[in-house]
Design a protein. Structure first.
Length: 226
């Protein structure tokens, strides 16, 4: 359970500032993923530029939040929930920054697609995109609400994204064998599906951080192998 107040008002304000900036960083990542998927499906270069701009801001968020968290560790010597919060912050920013990077990777495939003589089918990319976005949204909402049970539900969704990635990769390979002149474009679809699979993995990591934050329970690597 989160502490209701601290003896130091300055400490309380510092924690609130970190939490607020984390939420803002998460919202930017959500927007970057949304735009990247739309850019890929619509081959929209304007959206590509938006994704790159958001990524630059997310990179700055990472630097600032790291500095804020380290300063609190050094000056406040937090314990219990507050210590878990600062430790989780340092992990959160890493996963969020990588999610924004993966969004850029998806968006950057647009240039190759636009040059293709025959654009390949996108197969399960739209469904993967919807699922990955939902996982990210649920993980971030679980953080905002301190909802450990909601975070645990994110963990179970990753398997479906993994299955869709495997199906998409097989479909792309089959398509490439029949369209040898458009292999670069087909590889863009394969790459985009891999980047979405990684976004889902990072969303899973975020959910694990929430569980640790709220319950002190480290659930990493605990799921049964399929």
């Amino acid at each position: 359970m989160r502490p209701s107040r601290h003896t130091s008002n300055e400490f309380e304000l510092e924690l609130r500032e970190i939490r607020g900036q984390l939420v803002a960083m998460g919202a930017r990542c959500e927007r970057a993923v949304q735009l990247a998927i739309a850019a890929f499906l619509d081959r929209d270069e304007a959206k590509v530029a938006e994704v790159v701009a958001i990524d630059e801001k997310v990179n700055q968020d990472e630097i600032e939040l790291d500095e804020m968290a380290v300063r609190v560790l050094a000056l406040r010597q937090p314990v219990a929930y507050d210590l878990r919060f600062i430790a989780s912050t340092l992990k959160f920013v890493t996963d969020l920054e990588r999610i924004a990077d993966e969004a850029v990777n998806i968006a950057e495939r647009v240039e190759t697609l636009k040059k293709a003589a025959e654009v390949p089918p996108v197969f399960d990319i739209p469904k993967m995109g919807r699922l990955a976005q939902k996982m990210l949204r649920e993980a971030l909402d679980a953080f905002v609400e301190g909802d450990e049970e909601r975070a645990r539900k994110v963990l179970t969704a990753d398997d479906e994204v993994d299955a869709l990635y495997s199906e998409t990769l097989r479909a792309v390979l089959t398509w490439m064998s029949a369209h040898p002149n458009d292999i670069p474009a087909a590889m863009c679809v394969a790459s985009a599906s891999k980047y979405l699979e990684r976004i889902a993995d990072h969303a899973t990591n975020l959910a694990e951080h929430v569980i640790y934050l709220e319950k002190g329970d480290d659930v990493r690597h605990r799921r049964s192998p399929q």
